[in-house]
Design a protein around this ligand. Structure first.
Ligand code: GDP
Ligand code: IMO
Ligand code: MG
Length: 448
């Protein structure tokens, strides 16, 4: 069986966690391949809400093994907190048993967070992501597999601490890294995670050859990609499909399906241009923020809101070639008289169908909208009822009313991607999927 890629199709927080959780029922591996704890992926079932930052969102499928892959940067202290939270909920300690850390993944150290705190431009999550990747690219970073070789090398540790201090000084951060503390930290990491650190690419390759289903879980979104996103207001890794296999340590030929996750509108956290942005203080923008509870899962910062941007979605499809689109949070739009879709931009009198390359130009773009009739607000349980009706009667999107369906079909047509599932609430069951399609959860195995 093949590998399946799940990616954010916008600026992050599209609902990747929920989609992975749904697919993990029929998979045996869930793999994170890039990013770190800048990600915040939410999984909701019944009264339980999991906020996952590094642990893959397949965690609640107890038959699923998990990998923190080669392309990641990992904060071992945050991972420990996450593992403790999971232990409280489930009684399980998956590390070393069904959760493994790649030898090639980079360690986020206290130095990286201190360095990240100097950011004044991007509005990063402050988790040390950019500085950890910078060290990797500069070939001075420490990877999990390196610890055994360097932990007693005092010259190496001294030199590394000195480099860190020079870098902190250069950006005006008043903090000292001591080599003894660095050594102590590395010893702790080895002790805590020694049994979990593996050559994980080999494990995934073996599983695929064995006919197993592997999920590759993206973090952030296409528009936050370091190469292809709205640079410099991006994250520091390749978030797109091309890196899904590379960052997992397998080849791209394994991938058969690649699902893009998009909200039925748009949000963005942090700085950077956002042509279809609305005000958070009034009207539809305020409605989306309030009903959609649009606060960052990692930092708690309010997310900026706006109408769905088809130009950005098409750009993201150019990069990722989605075989299907998951449209999330349709429920949030209930209660708006009209719903708009951004179908192009106007920049200095010119009409654009394609995103300009630079953020400076994108900031000059005004949205061109088409307007659709809205649909009424429904309660969370009414939406779940609609999702149940769709499953019980085998009618797929036929459960939606005409105005909802018109909006969904229009997005499908404009984006040129088949929609395979529609999110109508945070819960694992609050989805309306095409019958017999990949997100049809009616026959899912029991999950935690
Ligand atoms: P991720 O980073 O892509 O995994 O997304 P986040 O978890 O950061 O943010 C998505 C938020 O929307 C979470 O609070 C989810 O529980 C919630 N969510 C996901 N899908 C839906 C949906 O279809 N409707 C509603 N109302 N909430 C959803
Ligand atoms: P998930 O996986 C939304 C944003 C930050 C900032 C920029 C760079 O939950 O979708 P970084 O700390 O990565 O250097 O910050 O990227 N950002 C996200 N926005 N969801 C995320 O992850 C994000 N991860 C980073 O807000 O603008
Ligand atoms: Mg998130």
């Amino acid at each position: 069986m093949p590998a399946t890629v799940i990616l954010g199709a916008q600026w992050g927080d599209e609902g990747k966690g929920k989609a992975i959780d749904q697919l993990s029922a029929n998979s045996t591996w869930a793999v994170r391949f890039q990013g770190g704890n800048n990600a915040g992926h939410t999984v909701v079932y019944g009264d339980t809400t999991l906020k996952l930052h590094q642990i893959p969102s397949g965690v609640s499928a107890l038959h699923c093994s998990m990998i923190l892959g080669d392309g990641m940067v990992i904060d071992p202290w945050v991972l420990e907190e996450e593992l403790d939270r999971w232990h409280k909920i489930s009684g399980e300690r998956p590390e070393g048993k069904r959760l493994f850390i790649s030898e090639r993944a980079s360690i986020i150290l206290p130095f990286h967070k201190l360095y990240d705190s100097a950011d004044k431009v991007v509005g990063t999550t402050g988790r040390g992501i950019g500085p950890a990747y910078r060290d990797r690219i500069e070939r001075v970073g420490i990877r999990f597999g390196d610890i055994v070789n360097i932990v007693d090398d005092v010259d190496y540790l001294r030199n590394n601490a000195e480099r860190m201090n020079r870098q902190l000084n250069s950006v005006g951060v008043d903090s000292e890294i001591e080599w003894e503390k660095l050594q102590k930290d590395l010893r702790w990491i080895l002790e805590r995670y020694g049994d979990s650190i593996k050559s994980t690419g080999l494990m995934i390759d073996f599983a695929l050859k064995n006919g197993e289903n592997v999920l590759l879980e993206g973090a952030q979104g296409a528009m936050l990609d370091i190469d292809q996103g709205t640079y410099p207001f991006v994250t520091s890794s390749v978030t797109c499909r091309a890196n899904a296999t590379h960052g997992a340590g397998i080849h791209p030929g394994h991938v058969e399906e690649c699902f893009g996750i998009t909200k039925a509108y748009t949000t963005r956290v942090g700085n950077g241009p956002f042509p279809s942005e609305l005000s958070l203080e009034e009207g539809a923008g305020m409605h989306m923020a309030k009903i959609g509870n649009e606060f960052g899962t990692t930092t708690g910062r309010p997310r900026r809101t706006g109408w769905l941007d088809i130009v950005a979605l098409k750009e993201s499809n150019r990069l990722n070639g989605y075989t299907g689109l998951v449209l999330t949070k349709l429920d949030v739009l209930g209660g708006l008289d009209e719903i708009k879709i951004c179908i192009g931009y106007e920049m200095e009198g010119k009409l654009l169908q394609i995103m300009p390359t630079t953020s400076k130009e994108l900031a000059k773009c005004d949205p061109i909208y088409e307007t659709h009739k809205g649909f009424e607000a429904m309660t969370e349980s009414e939406w779940i009822e609609m999702a149940n009706e769709s499953r019980n009667n085998n009618i797929g999107f036929g459960a939606l009313n005409e105005d909802m369906l018109n909006y969904v079909r229009r997005i499908e047509k404009l984006a040129g991607i088949p929609i395979v599932s529609i999110g109508v609430g945070p819960d694992r069951d609050a989805s309306i999927a095409s019958v017999g399609g990949p997100f049809d959860i009616s026959n899912n195995k029991e999950m935690f």
